[in-house]
Design a protein around this ligand. Structure first.
Ligand SMILES: [Zn+2]
Ligand SMILES: [Zn+2]
Length: 290
């Protein structure tokens, strides 16, 4: 029991892991936003992937865009990177005046350069009218082609591994180790032993997932070809369960759901997972804290 006059202990700001969106693929859906993840570590936000609408999702998660400092891109498919430049411009418009670093595979530098070029008119106008500092010099992109240590500060150590996303190379999974938790984000990948190694013993694995019977239904006559392509690039629910089991993670969250159809129930998503993984497993929802 605490003594009656125990001094109040200052609690550190609660760490959060938020699913900003949970669908896979570039086509907008009325049911789910495209997959990306927000970590808030002792009050500081870290963003993994910047799909369409990510700035709005961050606002819904109560993040001030001007607080952004570190952004991690798993790979350069549009459903992971298309709003990177947009997010930077909107953060700058919201008062960003400190450097922002983006980490990801090539050609991320070119993607950001071209994307920022599209906002040159707006940036010049606001510098002129609102006295803002220039956005360009605040943006730092570091490209990597191999896994390893990506970034480290006083709150988090970020490591990565190459995953297997068929012809889209390089593609990364990231692991975030903080004082309170270890969190792994798979990126897009088919079953990959390197991801098992990265996720070894993690508290939380957020993994992409594909529900094959749902794809067969959507694809119709084109099904065999589409199925073959998807199997080389993405993970079935059975494979996700296999990775979680082999890595021995404490909790598994399915995200980047393909297809993102509401007719596929949580039970259907988890059925394949359960063949291999007996730990805690959930199907992610937009803006859910996991
Ligand atoms: Zn994707
Ligand atoms: Zn992809």
């Amino acid at each position: 029991m605490l003594p009656f006059a125990a001094p109040l202990i200052a609690m550190p700001a609660r760490d959060r892991v938020v699913l900003l969106g949970t669908k896979g693929g570039p086509t907008p859906s009325p049911f789910r936003a495209p997959a990306s993840v927000l970590l808030v570590i002792e009050g500081r936000p870290y963003v993994i992937d910047t799909p369409n609408g990510v700035a709005g999702q961050l606002a819904k998660a109560a993040i001030k865009l001007s607080d952004l400092r570190q952004i991690f891109i798993t790979h350069n498919h549009s459903d992971h990177v298309i709003d990177a430049g947009t997010l930077l411009v909107l953060a700058w418009g919201a008062g960003l005046d400190s450097p922002v670093a983006l980490h990801g595979p090539p050609p991320l530098k070119q993607i950001i350069r071209d994307s920022l070029a599209a906002s040159r008119f707006d940036v010049a106008a606001r510098m002129r009218e609102e006295g803002r500092i220039n956005l360009g010099p605040l943006v730092h992109v570091s490209e990597r082609s191999n896994g390893g240590l990506v970034y480290q500060d006083d709150r988090v150590r970020v490591t990565s591994t190459l995953v297997d996303h068929y012809t889209v190379k390089p593609a990364f999974a990231y692991r975030f180790d903080t004082a309170s938790r270890s969190v792994v984000v798979s990126g897009d990948t088919t079953y990959c032993p390197r991801l098992v190694e990265l996720a070894r013993g993690a508290d939380l694995l957020i993994h992409e997932a594909m529900y094959l019977p749902g794809i067969d239904q959507l694809a119709g006559e084109n099904a065999p070809k589409l199925r073959e392509h998807l199997l080389k690039s993405h993970s079935t629910t059975e494979q996700v369960g296999q990775v979680a089991a082999e890595a021995g993670v404490k909790k598994l969250v399915l995200s980047h759901l393909v297809p993102a159809s509401p007719s596929i129930t949580d039970q259907m998503w988890l059925e394949g997972v359960r063949k291999h993984f007996t730990g805690e497993a959930i199907v992610g929802r937009d803006l859910q804290e996991v």
